[in-house]
Design a protein around this ligand. Structure first.
Ligand SMILES: Cc1cc2nc3c(=O)[nH]c(=O)nc-3n(C[C@H](O)[C@H](O)[C@H](O)COP(=O)(O)O)c2cc1C
Length: 215
C-alpha cells in the first residue's frame, strides 16, 4: 500500500462495503450483513468501522462488455462504492450448487474495473450445508485477483435459523464469528499498510484489538 493510503488508514474509520448475493426481502444473507453492521456499531466493538451495504445489485443491468465504456448509473455507483471501500464483505447463498446470478453479475461488472484487483475481501458462507457456491465464489474472486483475507472467510450458518439481524448480532455463535472475521479484516488492513521500511502508525482500533487479544 502506498504512503498516502497508510496515512488515510490512520486518520479515519475503516470503510467496509457489504455485497449481498440474494435479492429476497427476507434474505438470510442480508440479515447476516445487517447483523455485521450492527456488530461494528455496537458498544463491544473496539474501534471505528464504517459499514454500509450496496443496495442496488438488483438494479445492475446484465453484464455486457460492450457497455463497459458507457456504464449505467448503477454500475458507476457500484464502482464508486467499491473504490471507496477498504474491504468488501460478501454474503451470498447457493442456488443449484452454484453462485447466484446476482453476485456473479455484480462481479462480472468488476472484472474489468482495475481498482477491484487486490481489494481485500471477507466471504461469509451463510449456509451450514452449501459448499459448491462458496468454493466457486472464492475461485472467481481469486481469478479476479481479489485479496481473500485469511481468517475473515468464515461459515456463519444463518440460513437455517430465523433470528433477526438484531438477534444475530447478539447471539452465540453468530456474534463471535462476525467479530472474529471483522477483527481479521482490520488486522489484515493494518498489515497491508505496514510495508517494510515504511511502518505506518496503527489505526486506533488495531491498538484496541491488540490490547483485547493479549488481555
Ligand atoms: C432457486 C434456489 C436454489 C437453491 N439451491 C440450493 C443448493 O443448491 N444448495 C443449498 O444448500 N441450498 C440451496 N437453496 C437454498 C438457499 O441457499 C437458502 O434458501 C438460502 O437461505 C437462500 O439465501 P437467502 O436467504 O439469502 O435468500 C436454493 C434456494 C433457491 C431459491
Amino acid at each position: 500500500m502506498i504512503a498516502a493510503d497508510q496515512r488515510a488508514l490512520t486518520s479515519r474509520p475503516v470503510r467496509l462495503l457489504g455485497l449481498c448475493g440474494s435479492l429476497r426481502q427476507q434474505s438470510r444473507s442480508r440479515a447476516l450483513l445487517d447483523a455485521t453492521g450492527l456488530v461494528t456499531g455496537g458498544s463491544a466493538w473496539p474501534g471505528p468501522v464504517a459499514f454500509r451495504i450496496f443496495d442496488h445489485l438488483g438494479q445492475l443491468p446484465l453484464f455486457n462488455p460492450d457497455e463497459m465504456a458507457l456504464p449505467s448509473a448503477h454500475v458507476l455507483a457500484l464502482w464508486a462504492a467499491v473504490d471507496d471501500a477498504d474491504a468488501l464483505v460478501i454474503a451470498s447463498p447457493e442456488y443449484a450448487h452454484g453462485v447466484t446470478g446476482t453476485i456473479k453479475n455484480a462481479l462480472d461488472w468488476l472484472v474489468g474495473h482495475p481498482p477491484f484487483a487486490g481489494k481485500p475481501i471477507a466471504v461469509f458462507n451463510p449456509s451450514h450445508r452449501a459448499d459448491h457456491a462458496d468454493l466457486s465464489l472464492k475461485e472467481t474472486l481469486r481469478t479476479m485477483a481479489a485479496d481473500l483475507i485469511p481468517g475473515a472467510c468464515l461459515r456463519i450458518p444463518v440460513t437455517a435459523c430465523d433470528l433477526s439481524a438484531q438477534q444475530l448480532s447478539s447471539t452465540s455463535p453468530y456474534r463471535e464469528l462476525m467479530t472474529e472475521a471483522l477483527q481479521a479484516v482490520v488486522r489484515h488492513l493494518w498489515e497491508r499498510s505496514d510495508s517494510p521500511g515504511q511502518k505506518g502508525q496503527p489505526i486506533e482500533h488495531s491498538k484496541h484489538l491488540n490490547a483485547k487479544e493479549t488481555a
